[in-house]
Design a protein around this ligand. Structure first.
Ligand SMILES: Cc1ncc(C[n+]2csc(CCOP(=O)(O)OP(=O)(O)O)c2C)c(N)n1
Ligand code: SF4
Ligand SMILES: [Mg+2]
Length: 238
């Protein structure tokens, strides 16, 4: 990828996974044949939310932690549009966690993609609820003593009908999973593992493995923090 791929020059750091993610999303929308004017992305405030400046679809940058309710409102008013909500780990798990739970409970027909870089990236590396236990985040006096909250586990216990996790290193999988999530008739959650190259560079790397097919019992996913792919999919289910 180079700067000609963008209408504006991105401000992201070199090597940030968001380049791969934005490319995959762009390709997913293109392959689905959805016209730009019929797609709305509701963005959180944050590094990844700055995608609003470069993705060639209708976009709105919301208040921090509020991209989900804005997306749900747009979808309620214009059901004919394809609506996505973007969130950072901080926006989703800290400022806006309540919206995540209620949108899942209502099964609002939108796609949520979460750029999990393990920290508050834009504000320079403070600890979020996704920061791993035992690491020393920037601006903290001591190592993080809390277990991170899991986006996938929360989606399981609140009974989301489409749950996926992908990694920044696999653009093809991000694209294919996003396509299925966008086509899914209901609330679809896609966590994207995208560790911040500046503020999370010393955090330990996990080893991931891809699942062959979605689990039929979503409770079996709980606690399995190394799984990638579509973990659960239940169209029309409750
Ligand atoms: C209501 C509110 N609280 C706090 C902030 C300051 N703020 C802006 S971005 C940000 C961190 C974002 O972290 P995350 O959601 O993980 O996104 P990232 O930058 O890591 O992609 C914070 C705390 C804000 N803009 N608005
Ligand atoms: S600070 Fe981290 S998340 Fe933000 S653009 Fe740079 S590498 Fe990406
Ligand atoms: Mg973050």
């Amino acid at each position: 990828m180079n700067k000609q791929n963008y209408s504006q020059i991105p401000t992201w750091c070199s090597g940030c996974g968001i380049y791969a993610v934005s490319f995959a999303l762009k390709q997913a929308l293109k392959e689905l044949g959805i016209k730009s004017k019929n797609v709305v992305v509701s963005y959180d405030i944050g590094c990844s939310g700055n995608m609003v400046n470069i993705l060639d679809v209708c976009g709105i940058e919301t208040l921090h932690g509020r991209s989900i309710p804005v997306a749900c409102g747009i979808k309620a008013a214009r059901n004919d549009l394809t609506v996505l909500a973007q969130a950072g780990d901080g926006g989703l798990l800290n400022e806006g966690l309540n919206h995540f739970i209620h949108a899942i409970e209502r099964n609002d027909p939108i796609t949520l993609f979460v750029n999990n870089n393990n920290v508050f990236g834009l504000t320079a590396g403070q600890q979020s609820s996704a920061t791993p236990k035992g690491v020393l985040p920037r601006a903290a006096q001591k190592a993080n003593s809390f277990e991170p909250l899991s986006i996938v586990d929360l989606a399981v216990v609140t009974q989301a009908n489409f749950i996926a996790r992908v990694h920044e290193n696999n653009i093809e999988q991000i694209k294919e999973v996003l396509k299925k999530a966008i086509r899914f008739d209901g609330f679809a959650v896609v966590e994207i593992i995208q560790p911040c190259k500046i503020w999370a560079k010393d955090f330990p790397n996990k080893k991931y493995r891809s699942v062959d097919r979605p689990f039929s019992d979503r409770l079996k996913i709980i606690g399995q923090e190394n799984l990638l792919g579509i973990l659960y999919s239940n169209e029309g289910g409750g």
